[in-house]
Design a protein around this ligand. Structure first.
Ligand code: HEM
Length: 197
């Protein structure tokens, strides 16, 4: 958090707001987002596919019309593909330019191929911009908890659990939301936070 915040504040400097161009220079923040999407993909099994012909994949014969689930969550934690896969290490992306948009099959939080997410750019840009603003304007701390005691385990479900900050009450609440909603939810409180600061 500290490292990302230092980068954001260094890039933005003394300007009165974070500009879109600034975000392109925030390499570490970008690594943090990639690492978060690696460890906690919002759509862990992607959207189910169905084979349009029979396929031989390695030693498996997959018949026509088989429903196929792609376990992005498991791929992104595969110890054969990732060093210390369970650890949150954004630095792993500093030297290794793994693509997050579906070109590298070991990192596919937006899915792959023709049914891949059409909102990749919007999703990434919104996340970067919102996070940059939150880190630029605010110092964050945990209340009565240390970082290690936060429960980061996923729950079973079609959508991911996320924590929303109500801009009216300042209270945190838990909600189930799809990634499509997430970008919107994240950008909504920001408008008010910016005004308040
Ligand atoms: C960080 C944000 C987001 C993540 C991680 C994400 C992830 C995904 C994933 C994994 C899929 C399934 C792709 C596949 O099975 O290959 C998907 C599909 C989709 N996403 Fe996103 N998404 C995000 C943001 C958005 C946004 C902002 C929009 C629209 C503005 C959007 C619209 C869609 C749509 C319409 C589909 C269905 C595509 C289809 O079935 O052909 N997503 N998304």
């Amino acid at each position: 958090m500290k490292k990302a915040q230092e980068e954001v504040r260094k890039v933005v400097g003394r300007k009165s707001k974070v500009e879109e161009n600034d975000v392109n220079q925030m390499n570490y923040l970008n690594c943090v987002i990639k690492e978060t999407l690696r460890l906690h993909p919002p759509v862990p099994l992607l959207i189910p596919r169905q084979t349009t012909s029979s396929v031989k994949l390695k030693s498996f014969d997959i018949p026509l019309k088989t429903k196929v689930f792609i376990n992005a969550w498991a791929i992104q934690k595969d110890p054969e593909l990732w060093e210390d896969p369970e650890e949150f290490i954004p630095e792993r992306f500093e030297k290794n330019q793994v693509d997050v948009r579906g070109l590298d099959f070991k990192l596919i939080p937006f899915g792959i191929g023709r049914r891949g997410c059409p909102g990749i750019s919007f999703g990434l840009v919104s996340t970067e911009y919102v996070l940059a603003n939150l880190l630029y304007w605010f110092d964050w701390k945990l209340h009565g908890q240390d970082a290690c005691s936060i429960d980061m385990s996923e729950m079973c479900g079609l959508t991911s659990d996320c924590v929303l900050l109500s801009s009216d009450t300042g209270q945190f609440s838990k909600a189930n939301c799809l990634p499509t909603d997430l970008a919107y939810c994240l950008s909504f409180p920001l408008a008010k936070l910016e005004l308040a600061s």
